[in-house]
Write a protein that binds this ligand. Structure first.
Ligand code: AMP
Length: 396
């Protein structure tokens, strides 16, 4: 796997695909700078080698139209501040004006190109557009994990024009290594904690990871499809009746593969989907009509704790309760605490894909786990076992 450390950028122009799709407020101020910060080590490596950096990204969904609200010019000052270099801006990403700005670029300088998605060809992955982008640098560096699952011109197709001169930036390399650790090289026992609302949205992940893990903890709304399929009473809990057979098949497959499955044994049930609803702890198999399970109960958490603390590699995807409501967030917070404890004892822990990242950030676990993925959709597709086109393009 070729990374940015395999190149010396002296007198070279690095064309870096970054993910600067950052949130802006009504006055175009960047409200969360974490994506810019995440790309900074890669930019600095190029500059410290004596090279220059040409940055390209998308922002928002302009759908192939120029839209000044989504111009990357809005973030140029913020990028300058974070990188520590006055970043230049050109209001196109291909063409003569860009070529002339790049030819004037000196070692140590950074140029930010305009939003790639002002061109419909970007998302279509069009060859001609990718070739035009490839003129913007000597070495192509992909550091945008968030779009690595898309075969867009700047994330995938452009790599075809660089033969040997292409590599992963630090951020993308870190994401790839974290996934590798969980899926292939991690120390055993490996435990996955899968939560979230529905079995249907996690089924491909479950089927893929049954070959990689020793333990699978299932929580959240998914629980009730498994419980009902096993003959339990789930009351008004979220349940996908048409996925019950699939749930039984997963349990059978897990058994055949020697994977231990842990479902909640008790849950916090509520008489409405509301933070102020009446609540009580009930056996997961005996949820009365009119009540729905919205969080894991204390006995379940004790069992999960033991499994997590004995693990050496941990993957967490999806909350074990409706964490957006304070009264049903305790289970998810407890899982975060157990993973924190396991990580302090030497386990490797990866949190990624979907709402678990939001939960981890909301409850302050971001610095307590080994790695929090920056790419929602890209991480989900990796966990499903798919080869991401943006990664394959660098490897190929
Ligand atoms: P996902 O994006 O698949 O990880 O799903 C996350 C969503 O699942 C969150 O919005 C949670 O509120 C929701 N969720 C978790 N547990 C439950 C539950 N027991 N009942 C309904 N929704 C749940």
């Amino acid at each position: 796997m070729k990374t940015i450390d395999d190149f010396n950028f002296e007198d070279k122009k690095a064309l870096i695909r970054v993910d600067f799709n950052v949130p802006l407020d009504g006055e175009f101020n960047v409200t969360d700078t974490s994506r810019i910060e995440a790309a900074t080590p890669t930019i600095l490596k190029v500059l410290e080698d004596g090279g220059s950096a040409v940055l390209m990204s998308h922002l928002g969904r302009p759908k192939g139209q120029v839209n000044s609200d989504m111009s990357l010019s809005h973030i140029c000052e913020k990028v300058s501040e974070i990188v520590g270099v006055q970043v230049k801006f050109v209001n196109e990403c291909v063409g003569d004006e860009v070529a002339s700005a790049i030819s004037e670029l000196q070692s140590g300088e950074v140029l930010l190109l305009e939003n790639l998605r002002f061109h419909a060809e970007e998302e279509k992955g069009e060859q001609g557009f990718a070739e035009a982008l490839s003129k913007n640098g000597d070495i192509y560096v992909n550091d945008a994990f968030g779009t690595a699952h898309r075969a867009h011109a700047s994330t995938t197709i452009v790599a075809n024009y660089f033969e040997e001169n292409k590599c992963f930036g630090y951020l993308l390399a870190k994401e790839i290594k974290a996934i590798e650790k969980v899926m292939r090289t991690g120390e055993k026992p490996v435990t996955a904690i899968l939560g979230g609302a529905k079995v249907s949205s996690k089924i491909t992940i479950i089927e893929n990871i049954l070959d990689k893990v020793d333990n699978l903890i299932i929580g959240g709304g998914m629980t009730y499809t498994f419980v009902k399929a096993n003959g339990g009473q789930v009351g008004d809990s979220i349940c996908e009746d048409d996925k019950m057979e699939l749930a039984l098949d997963i349990l059978k497959q897990a058994d055949e593969k020697g994977v231990k499955i842990y479902l909640p044994v008790d849950v916090l049930a509520a008489d409405a989907f509301d933070n102020s609803a009446n609540t009580r702890f009930v056996d997961v198999n005996e949820i009365p009509d009119g009540w729905q399970g919205l969080d894991a109960g204390p006995q379940s958490l004790e069992i999960f704790k033991k499994v997590i603390l004995e693990s050496k590699t941990i993957l967490w995807n999806g909350p074990v309760g409706v964490f957006e409501m304070e009264n049903f967030a305790k289970g998810t917070i407890a899982i975060g605490n157990f993973i924190d404890e396991a990580t302090q004892s030497g386990a490797f822990s990866l949190v990624g894909g979907g709402d678990s990242v939001a939960a981890v950030k909301q409850f302050g676990f971001e610095d307590k786990v080994s790695y929090v993925s920056t790419g929602g959709g890209a991480m989900l597709e990796s966990l499903e076992g798919r080869t991401l086109p943006g990664i394959a393009a660098i490897l190929g």
